[in-house]
Design a protein around this ligand. Structure first.
Ligand code: ADP
Length: 429
Protein backbone atom coordinates (compact mmCIF):
# COMPACT_ATOMS: atom_id res chain seq x y z
CA UNK A 1 0.00 0.00 0.00
CA UNK A 2 1.26 3.47 -0.80
CA UNK A 3 2.10 5.64 2.26
CA UNK A 4 -0.26 8.26 0.78
CA UNK A 5 -3.21 5.99 1.48
CA UNK A 6 -2.46 6.24 5.22
CA UNK A 7 -2.10 9.97 5.00
CA UNK A 8 -5.28 10.40 2.96
CA UNK A 9 -7.10 8.38 5.65
CA UNK A 10 -5.48 10.61 8.28
CA UNK A 11 -7.09 13.79 6.78
CA UNK A 12 -10.82 13.10 7.63
CA UNK A 13 -9.73 11.68 11.00
CA UNK A 14 -7.73 14.90 11.65
CA UNK A 15 -10.82 16.95 10.61
CA UNK A 16 -12.90 14.92 13.08
CA UNK A 17 -10.21 15.49 15.76
CA UNK A 18 -10.39 19.30 15.16
CA UNK A 19 -14.18 19.16 15.36
CA UNK A 20 -13.98 17.06 18.57
CA UNK A 21 -11.43 19.46 20.06
CA UNK A 22 -13.75 22.41 19.38
CA UNK A 23 -17.13 21.00 20.20
CA UNK A 24 -16.88 17.36 21.25
CA UNK A 25 -16.08 15.65 24.50
CA UNK A 26 -12.36 15.68 25.41
CA UNK A 27 -12.06 11.87 25.33
CA UNK A 28 -13.32 11.91 21.66
CA UNK A 29 -10.77 14.58 20.71
CA UNK A 30 -7.94 12.58 22.37
CA UNK A 31 -9.03 9.38 20.61
CA UNK A 32 -9.25 11.16 17.23
CA UNK A 33 -5.84 12.74 17.61
CA UNK A 34 -4.36 9.39 18.65
CA UNK A 35 -5.87 7.84 15.49
CA UNK A 36 -4.35 10.65 13.38
CA UNK A 37 -0.92 10.00 14.97
CA UNK A 38 -1.20 6.23 14.28
CA UNK A 39 -2.17 6.83 10.65
CA UNK A 40 0.69 9.32 10.04
CA UNK A 41 3.21 6.99 11.70
CA UNK A 42 1.96 4.06 9.64
CA UNK A 43 2.43 6.16 6.48
CA UNK A 44 5.97 7.13 7.55
CA UNK A 45 6.83 3.53 8.37
CA UNK A 46 5.45 2.36 5.06
CA UNK A 47 7.51 5.00 3.25
CA UNK A 48 10.75 4.00 5.05
CA UNK A 49 10.09 0.34 4.33
CA UNK A 50 9.36 0.98 0.68
CA UNK A 51 12.50 3.07 0.26
CA UNK A 52 14.55 0.34 1.90
CA UNK A 53 13.02 -2.21 -0.48
CA UNK A 54 13.76 0.00 -3.47
CA UNK A 55 17.41 0.49 -2.39
CA UNK A 56 17.83 -3.22 -1.84
CA UNK A 57 16.28 -4.01 -5.23
CA UNK A 58 18.68 -1.56 -6.90
CA UNK A 59 21.69 -3.13 -5.11
CA UNK A 60 20.56 -6.62 -6.21
CA UNK A 61 20.06 -5.35 -9.76
CA UNK A 62 23.55 -3.78 -9.75
CA UNK A 63 25.03 -7.03 -8.47
CA UNK A 64 26.25 -5.31 -5.28
CA UNK A 65 25.93 -6.90 -1.86
CA UNK A 66 22.79 -5.62 -0.14
CA UNK A 67 23.61 -3.28 2.75
CA UNK A 68 20.38 -2.50 4.57
CA UNK A 69 19.60 -1.63 8.19
CA UNK A 70 15.99 -2.67 8.02
CA UNK A 71 16.19 -6.26 9.35
CA UNK A 72 13.13 -7.51 7.38
CA UNK A 73 14.43 -6.12 4.12
CA UNK A 74 17.95 -7.34 4.89
CA UNK A 75 16.51 -10.81 5.58
CA UNK A 76 14.55 -10.87 2.36
CA UNK A 77 17.53 -9.55 0.40
CA UNK A 78 19.82 -12.22 1.90
CA UNK A 79 17.35 -14.94 0.87
CA UNK A 80 17.10 -13.51 -2.66
CA UNK A 81 20.88 -13.17 -2.90
CA UNK A 82 21.43 -16.75 -1.82
CA UNK A 83 18.94 -18.08 -4.42
CA UNK A 84 20.56 -15.87 -7.05
CA UNK A 85 23.99 -17.22 -6.15
CA UNK A 86 22.73 -20.78 -6.50
CA UNK A 87 21.15 -19.99 -9.83
CA UNK A 88 24.28 -18.21 -11.07
CA UNK A 89 26.52 -21.11 -10.05
CA UNK A 90 24.18 -23.60 -11.71
CA UNK A 91 24.04 -21.51 -14.85
CA UNK A 92 27.80 -21.05 -14.98
CA UNK A 93 28.32 -24.78 -14.43
CA UNK A 94 25.92 -25.51 -17.29
CA UNK A 95 27.71 -22.98 -19.49
CA UNK A 96 31.13 -24.47 -18.68
CA UNK A 97 29.77 -27.92 -19.49
CA UNK A 98 28.29 -26.67 -22.77
CA UNK A 99 31.60 -24.95 -23.65
CA UNK A 100 33.55 -28.12 -22.91
CA UNK A 101 31.19 -30.23 -24.99
CA UNK A 102 31.41 -27.73 -27.82
CA UNK A 103 35.21 -27.80 -27.63
CA UNK A 104 35.23 -31.62 -27.73
CA UNK A 105 32.85 -31.74 -30.69
CA UNK A 106 34.84 -28.98 -32.37
CA UNK A 107 38.09 -30.92 -32.12
CA UNK A 108 36.64 -34.12 -33.59
CA UNK A 109 38.12 -35.16 -36.93
CA UNK A 110 34.57 -35.77 -38.21
CA UNK A 111 32.24 -33.06 -39.31
CA UNK A 112 29.21 -32.63 -37.03
CA UNK A 113 26.20 -30.59 -38.16
CA UNK A 114 23.16 -29.93 -35.98
CA UNK A 115 19.90 -29.55 -37.87
CA UNK A 116 16.65 -28.47 -36.21
CA UNK A 117 13.11 -29.80 -36.75
CA UNK A 118 12.53 -27.25 -39.53
CA UNK A 119 15.52 -28.83 -41.30
CA UNK A 120 17.71 -25.79 -40.95
CA UNK A 121 21.34 -25.83 -39.84
CA UNK A 122 21.70 -24.68 -36.24
CA UNK A 123 25.40 -25.26 -35.66
CA UNK A 124 28.37 -27.11 -37.16
CA UNK A 125 31.83 -27.93 -35.85
CA UNK A 126 35.15 -26.85 -37.31
CA UNK A 127 35.75 -30.07 -39.28
CA UNK A 128 32.33 -29.82 -40.94
CA UNK A 129 33.21 -26.33 -42.16
CA UNK A 130 36.51 -27.61 -43.58
CA UNK A 131 35.05 -30.77 -45.14
CA UNK A 132 32.14 -28.95 -46.74
CA UNK A 133 34.09 -25.82 -47.61
CA UNK A 134 31.63 -23.43 -45.93
CA UNK A 135 31.96 -20.72 -43.30
CA UNK A 136 30.30 -21.81 -40.11
CA UNK A 137 28.67 -18.46 -39.51
CA UNK A 138 27.20 -18.39 -43.00
CA UNK A 139 25.80 -21.91 -42.70
CA UNK A 140 23.40 -20.99 -39.92
CA UNK A 141 19.75 -21.28 -40.92
CA UNK A 142 20.59 -22.71 -44.35
CA UNK A 143 19.15 -26.04 -45.47
CA UNK A 144 21.53 -29.05 -45.24
CA UNK A 145 21.14 -29.54 -49.01
CA UNK A 146 22.55 -26.04 -49.54
CA UNK A 147 25.66 -26.63 -47.44
CA UNK A 148 26.32 -30.14 -48.79
CA UNK A 149 25.36 -29.05 -52.29
CA UNK A 150 23.91 -32.56 -52.71
CA UNK A 151 20.21 -33.34 -53.04
CA UNK A 152 20.76 -36.82 -51.55
CA UNK A 153 20.99 -35.21 -48.12
CA UNK A 154 17.23 -34.52 -48.13
CA UNK A 155 16.63 -38.23 -48.74
CA UNK A 156 18.95 -39.08 -45.86
CA UNK A 157 17.04 -36.78 -43.48
CA UNK A 158 13.78 -38.33 -44.62
CA UNK A 159 15.12 -41.87 -44.05
CA UNK A 160 16.53 -40.89 -40.67
CA UNK A 161 13.13 -39.50 -39.69
CA UNK A 162 11.50 -42.81 -40.56
CA UNK A 163 14.12 -45.24 -39.23
CA UNK A 164 16.09 -43.20 -36.70
CA UNK A 165 19.35 -43.36 -38.67
CA UNK A 166 20.57 -43.36 -42.28
CA UNK A 167 24.03 -43.49 -43.90
CA UNK A 168 25.24 -42.91 -47.44
CA UNK A 169 28.58 -42.33 -49.16
CA UNK A 170 28.46 -39.24 -51.34
CA UNK A 171 30.85 -39.78 -54.22
CA UNK A 172 32.69 -36.90 -55.82
CA UNK A 173 36.27 -35.64 -55.91
CA UNK A 174 36.33 -36.68 -52.27
CA UNK A 175 34.10 -39.41 -50.88
CA UNK A 176 32.06 -38.23 -47.88
CA UNK A 177 30.33 -40.75 -45.62
CA UNK A 178 27.27 -38.98 -44.22
CA UNK A 179 25.36 -40.44 -41.27
CA UNK A 180 22.15 -38.76 -40.13
CA UNK A 181 20.62 -39.62 -36.75
CA UNK A 182 17.34 -38.30 -35.44
CA UNK A 183 17.58 -36.67 -32.02
CA UNK A 184 15.06 -37.45 -29.28
CA UNK A 185 14.90 -33.75 -28.50
CA UNK A 186 13.88 -33.05 -32.12
CA UNK A 187 16.05 -32.28 -35.12
CA UNK A 188 19.01 -34.28 -36.42
CA UNK A 189 22.73 -34.68 -35.96
CA UNK A 190 24.65 -35.19 -39.21
CA UNK A 191 28.13 -36.76 -39.00
CA UNK A 192 30.44 -36.39 -42.01
CA UNK A 193 33.62 -38.43 -42.58
CA UNK A 194 36.12 -38.12 -45.41
CA UNK A 195 36.60 -41.75 -46.50
CA UNK A 196 38.53 -40.99 -49.70
CA UNK A 197 41.82 -42.44 -48.45
CA UNK A 198 40.06 -45.53 -47.00
CA UNK A 199 38.45 -46.10 -50.38
CA UNK A 200 41.79 -45.65 -52.13
CA UNK A 201 43.50 -48.03 -49.70
CA UNK A 202 40.74 -50.56 -50.33
CA UNK A 203 41.23 -50.24 -54.09
CA UNK A 204 45.03 -50.57 -53.70
CA UNK A 205 44.54 -53.71 -51.58
CA UNK A 206 42.16 -55.17 -54.16
CA UNK A 207 44.53 -54.32 -57.02
CA UNK A 208 47.45 -55.75 -55.06
CA UNK A 209 45.82 -59.15 -54.59
CA UNK A 210 44.76 -59.18 -58.24
CA UNK A 211 48.30 -58.22 -59.35
CA UNK A 212 50.07 -60.81 -57.19
CA UNK A 213 47.69 -63.52 -58.42
CA UNK A 214 48.30 -62.46 -61.98
CA UNK A 215 52.10 -62.32 -61.54
CA UNK A 216 52.10 -65.85 -60.11
CA UNK A 217 49.54 -67.33 -62.46
CA UNK A 218 51.55 -66.54 -65.61
CA UNK A 219 54.80 -68.36 -64.63
CA UNK A 220 52.81 -71.18 -63.02
CA UNK A 221 50.84 -71.72 -66.25
CA UNK A 222 54.00 -71.86 -68.32
CA UNK A 223 55.68 -74.20 -65.79
CA UNK A 224 52.67 -76.49 -65.99
CA UNK A 225 52.67 -76.46 -69.79
CA UNK A 226 56.38 -77.26 -69.98
CA UNK A 227 56.16 -79.99 -67.32
CA UNK A 228 53.27 -81.62 -69.20
CA UNK A 229 55.19 -81.49 -72.49
CA UNK A 230 58.22 -83.10 -70.87
CA UNK A 231 56.07 -85.79 -69.23
CA UNK A 232 54.27 -86.59 -72.48
CA UNK A 233 57.43 -87.47 -74.39
CA UNK A 234 59.31 -84.20 -74.46
CA UNK A 235 62.07 -85.79 -72.40
CA UNK A 236 62.99 -87.96 -75.41
CA UNK A 237 63.97 -84.82 -77.30
CA UNK A 238 67.15 -83.83 -75.45
CA UNK A 239 67.45 -80.41 -77.06
CA UNK A 240 63.85 -79.45 -76.24
CA UNK A 241 64.18 -80.84 -72.72
CA UNK A 242 67.29 -78.71 -72.04
CA UNK A 243 65.59 -75.58 -73.36
CA UNK A 244 62.46 -76.21 -71.31
CA UNK A 245 64.46 -76.90 -68.16
CA UNK A 246 66.33 -73.61 -68.63
CA UNK A 247 63.04 -71.77 -69.06
CA UNK A 248 61.57 -73.52 -66.04
CA UNK A 249 64.56 -72.43 -63.99
CA UNK A 250 64.02 -68.85 -65.17
CA UNK A 251 60.34 -68.96 -64.19
CA UNK A 252 61.21 -70.37 -60.77
CA UNK A 253 63.85 -67.65 -60.31
CA UNK A 254 61.31 -65.03 -61.32
CA UNK A 255 58.77 -66.30 -58.82
CA UNK A 256 61.29 -66.39 -56.00
CA UNK A 257 62.39 -62.84 -56.94
CA UNK A 258 58.77 -61.78 -56.79
CA UNK A 259 58.23 -63.42 -53.40
CA UNK A 260 61.45 -61.92 -52.00
CA UNK A 261 60.50 -58.48 -53.32
CA UNK A 262 57.03 -58.79 -51.85
CA UNK A 263 58.43 -59.72 -48.45
CA UNK A 264 60.93 -56.85 -48.63
CA UNK A 265 58.30 -54.36 -49.65
CA UNK A 266 55.79 -55.34 -47.00
CA UNK A 267 58.50 -55.15 -44.31
CA UNK A 268 59.58 -51.72 -45.56
CA UNK A 269 56.00 -50.47 -45.76
CA UNK A 270 55.22 -51.75 -42.27
CA UNK A 271 58.33 -49.95 -41.00
CA UNK A 272 59.67 -53.13 -39.38
CA UNK A 273 62.98 -53.06 -41.27
CA UNK A 274 65.78 -52.11 -38.90
CA UNK A 275 68.39 -50.11 -40.75
CA UNK A 276 72.05 -50.65 -39.85
CA UNK A 277 73.20 -47.03 -39.93
CA UNK A 278 76.79 -46.21 -40.79
CA UNK A 279 78.67 -43.45 -42.53
CA UNK A 280 79.21 -44.49 -46.15
CA UNK A 281 81.56 -43.32 -48.85
CA UNK A 282 79.28 -42.60 -51.79
CA UNK A 283 81.97 -43.49 -54.35
CA UNK A 284 82.44 -46.96 -52.86
CA UNK A 285 78.66 -47.43 -52.74
CA UNK A 286 78.20 -46.52 -56.41
CA UNK A 287 81.13 -48.66 -57.51
CA UNK A 288 79.82 -51.70 -55.64
CA UNK A 289 76.45 -51.35 -57.38
CA UNK A 290 77.95 -50.77 -60.83
CA UNK A 291 80.28 -53.76 -60.40
CA UNK A 292 77.26 -55.97 -59.77
CA UNK A 293 75.51 -54.85 -62.97
CA UNK A 294 78.56 -54.75 -65.22
CA UNK A 295 78.19 -58.33 -66.51
CA UNK A 296 74.52 -57.66 -67.44
CA UNK A 297 75.46 -54.36 -69.13
CA UNK A 298 78.31 -55.82 -71.15
CA UNK A 299 76.16 -58.79 -72.22
CA UNK A 300 73.66 -56.22 -73.53
CA UNK A 301 76.30 -53.97 -75.09
CA UNK A 302 75.47 -51.06 -72.79
CA UNK A 303 78.32 -49.06 -71.30
CA UNK A 304 78.14 -48.37 -67.60
CA UNK A 305 80.08 -45.57 -65.86
CA UNK A 306 80.42 -43.94 -62.44
CA UNK A 307 81.09 -40.30 -61.61
CA UNK A 308 81.51 -39.34 -58.00
CA UNK A 309 83.55 -37.13 -55.69
CA UNK A 310 84.25 -37.63 -52.02
CA UNK A 311 80.65 -37.42 -50.79
CA UNK A 312 79.54 -39.25 -47.72
CA UNK A 313 76.08 -40.26 -46.55
CA UNK A 314 74.59 -41.97 -43.55
CA UNK A 315 72.56 -45.07 -44.22
CA UNK A 316 72.22 -48.82 -44.38
CA UNK A 317 74.75 -50.07 -46.95
CA UNK A 318 72.82 -53.15 -47.97
CA UNK A 319 69.48 -51.31 -48.37
CA UNK A 320 71.04 -48.43 -50.30
CA UNK A 321 72.81 -50.86 -52.62
CA UNK A 322 69.47 -52.59 -53.16
CA UNK A 323 67.64 -49.30 -53.88
CA UNK A 324 70.31 -47.99 -56.21
CA UNK A 325 70.72 -51.45 -57.75
CA UNK A 326 67.04 -51.41 -58.78
CA UNK A 327 67.59 -48.08 -60.59
CA UNK A 328 70.74 -49.32 -62.35
CA UNK A 329 69.07 -52.64 -63.20
CA UNK A 330 66.14 -50.80 -64.84
CA UNK A 331 68.44 -48.39 -66.66
CA UNK A 332 70.47 -51.28 -68.15
CA UNK A 333 67.31 -53.29 -68.87
CA UNK A 334 65.51 -50.51 -70.72
CA UNK A 335 68.54 -49.11 -72.59
CA UNK A 336 69.07 -50.64 -76.04
CA UNK A 337 72.50 -52.03 -77.07
CA UNK A 338 75.02 -49.29 -77.80
CA UNK A 339 73.48 -47.03 -75.17
CA UNK A 340 75.02 -45.69 -71.96
CA UNK A 341 74.10 -45.71 -68.31
CA UNK A 342 75.82 -43.30 -65.97
CA UNK A 343 75.66 -43.27 -62.20
CA UNK A 344 76.73 -40.08 -60.43
CA UNK A 345 76.59 -38.35 -57.06
CA UNK A 346 76.06 -34.64 -56.50
CA UNK A 347 75.70 -32.54 -53.38
CA UNK A 348 72.91 -29.97 -53.56
CA UNK A 349 72.33 -27.96 -50.41
CA UNK A 350 72.12 -30.41 -47.54
CA UNK A 351 71.18 -33.32 -49.79
CA UNK A 352 73.15 -35.92 -51.70
CA UNK A 353 71.60 -36.82 -55.07
CA UNK A 354 72.48 -40.27 -56.42
CA UNK A 355 71.61 -39.93 -60.11
CA UNK A 356 71.12 -42.74 -62.63
CA UNK A 357 70.95 -41.52 -66.24
CA UNK A 358 70.33 -43.71 -69.26
CA UNK A 359 69.97 -43.29 -73.01
CA UNK A 360 66.94 -45.57 -73.27
CA UNK A 361 63.43 -44.65 -74.44
CA UNK A 362 62.58 -42.71 -71.29
CA UNK A 363 59.14 -42.87 -69.68
CA UNK A 364 56.00 -41.35 -71.25
CA UNK A 365 55.11 -38.23 -69.22
CA UNK A 366 51.68 -39.58 -68.22
CA UNK A 367 53.31 -42.59 -66.53
CA UNK A 368 55.99 -40.66 -64.63
CA UNK A 369 53.91 -39.88 -61.52
CA UNK A 370 52.87 -43.52 -61.10
CA UNK A 371 56.03 -45.55 -61.79
CA UNK A 372 56.75 -45.88 -58.05
CA UNK A 373 53.43 -47.66 -57.42
CA UNK A 374 53.54 -51.40 -56.87
CA UNK A 375 53.21 -53.36 -60.13
CA UNK A 376 52.84 -50.19 -62.18
CA UNK A 377 54.39 -50.61 -65.58
CA UNK A 378 54.63 -48.09 -68.36
CA UNK A 379 54.69 -50.84 -70.97
CA UNK A 380 53.41 -54.05 -69.33
CA UNK A 381 54.19 -56.53 -72.14
CA UNK A 382 57.72 -55.27 -72.63
CA UNK A 383 58.52 -54.96 -68.95
CA UNK A 384 57.35 -58.46 -68.16
CA UNK A 385 59.45 -59.76 -71.05
CA UNK A 386 62.44 -58.09 -69.35
CA UNK A 387 61.74 -60.30 -66.33
CA UNK A 388 60.91 -57.46 -63.92
CA UNK A 389 58.62 -58.02 -60.97
CA UNK A 390 57.09 -54.55 -61.11
CA UNK A 391 58.17 -53.92 -57.52
CA UNK A 392 61.71 -52.58 -57.94
CA UNK A 393 60.86 -48.86 -57.91
CA UNK A 394 58.37 -49.28 -55.05
CA UNK A 395 61.15 -50.87 -52.99
CA UNK A 396 63.56 -48.07 -53.93
CA UNK A 397 60.99 -45.47 -52.87
CA UNK A 398 60.48 -47.11 -49.47
CA UNK A 399 64.21 -47.47 -48.85
CA UNK A 400 64.60 -43.76 -49.61
CA UNK A 401 61.72 -42.88 -47.26
CA UNK A 402 63.20 -45.04 -44.49
CA UNK A 403 66.40 -42.96 -44.85
CA UNK A 404 64.47 -39.70 -44.60
CA UNK A 405 64.95 -39.15 -48.34
CA UNK A 406 62.96 -39.50 -51.55
CA UNK A 407 63.21 -40.74 -55.11
CA UNK A 408 62.38 -38.80 -58.28
CA UNK A 409 61.84 -39.84 -61.89
CA UNK A 410 62.21 -37.61 -64.95
CA UNK A 411 63.02 -37.69 -68.63
CA UNK A 412 66.33 -36.19 -69.68
CA UNK A 413 66.12 -33.34 -72.17
CA UNK A 414 68.34 -35.22 -74.63
CA UNK A 415 66.32 -38.47 -74.28
CA UNK A 416 66.46 -41.31 -71.80
CA UNK A 417 65.34 -41.52 -68.20
CA UNK A 418 66.82 -39.96 -65.08
CA UNK A 419 66.17 -41.38 -61.63
CA UNK A 420 67.45 -39.64 -58.50
CA UNK A 421 67.75 -41.17 -55.08
CA UNK A 422 67.93 -38.15 -52.76
CA UNK A 423 69.33 -38.59 -49.25
CA UNK A 424 69.89 -36.08 -46.47
CA UNK A 425 73.63 -35.46 -46.15
CA UNK A 426 73.54 -34.77 -42.41
CA UNK A 427 74.38 -37.53 -39.99
CA UNK A 428 71.47 -39.53 -38.64
CA UNK A 429 70.30 -37.93 -35.37
P1 ADP B 1 59.90 -53.59 -63.45
O1 ADP B 1 60.22 -54.81 -62.68
O2 ADP B 1 58.73 -53.76 -64.36
O3 ADP B 1 61.08 -52.95 -64.05
P2 ADP B 1 59.97 -51.33 -61.68
O4 ADP B 1 59.18 -51.02 -60.46
O5 ADP B 1 61.42 -51.47 -61.49
O6 ADP B 1 59.32 -52.61 -62.30
O7 ADP B 1 59.69 -50.21 -62.75
C1 ADP B 1 58.36 -49.81 -62.99
C2 ADP B 1 58.17 -49.36 -64.41
O8 ADP B 1 58.86 -48.13 -64.65
C3 ADP B 1 58.81 -50.29 -65.40
O9 ADP B 1 57.91 -51.35 -65.69
C4 ADP B 1 59.06 -49.38 -66.61
O10 ADP B 1 57.87 -49.24 -67.36
C5 ADP B 1 59.37 -48.06 -65.98
N1 ADP B 1 60.84 -47.81 -65.89
C6 ADP B 1 61.60 -47.92 -64.79
N2 ADP B 1 62.88 -47.55 -65.06
C7 ADP B 1 62.93 -47.20 -66.36
C8 ADP B 1 63.94 -46.72 -67.24
N3 ADP B 1 65.20 -46.51 -66.82
N4 ADP B 1 63.59 -46.45 -68.51
C9 ADP B 1 62.33 -46.63 -68.94
N5 ADP B 1 61.30 -47.08 -68.17
C10 ADP B 1 61.60 -47.36 -66.89
Amino acid sequence: MSPWVWWVWALPVAAAAVWASVSGPPWAAAAAWAAVAVLVLAGLRERTWRRAMRRAAQQVRDGRPVEEDNPDVADLAAAVESRLRDLREGWEGARREADRLREVVDSLPWGVVLVDGRRRVVWMNHSAGTLLGVHREQAQDLSPVAIFRRHEVDDLLERAQQRGEATQDLEGGTVLRVTVRQLRSGGFVVVVQDVTSDRRAEAVRRDFVANVSHELRTPLASLRAMTETLRDGGLEDRQLATRFLDQMLQEVDRMSRLVNNLLDLSALEAGVVRLRWEELQVEALLEAVVRRYEPLASRKGVSLGVRSGGERVWGDRERLEQALGNLVDNAVKYTPPGGRVEVAAEIRGDEVHLVVDDTGPGIPAEHLPRVFERFYRADPARNRAEGGTGLGLAITKHVALAHGGRVEAANRPGGGARFELVLPSRARP
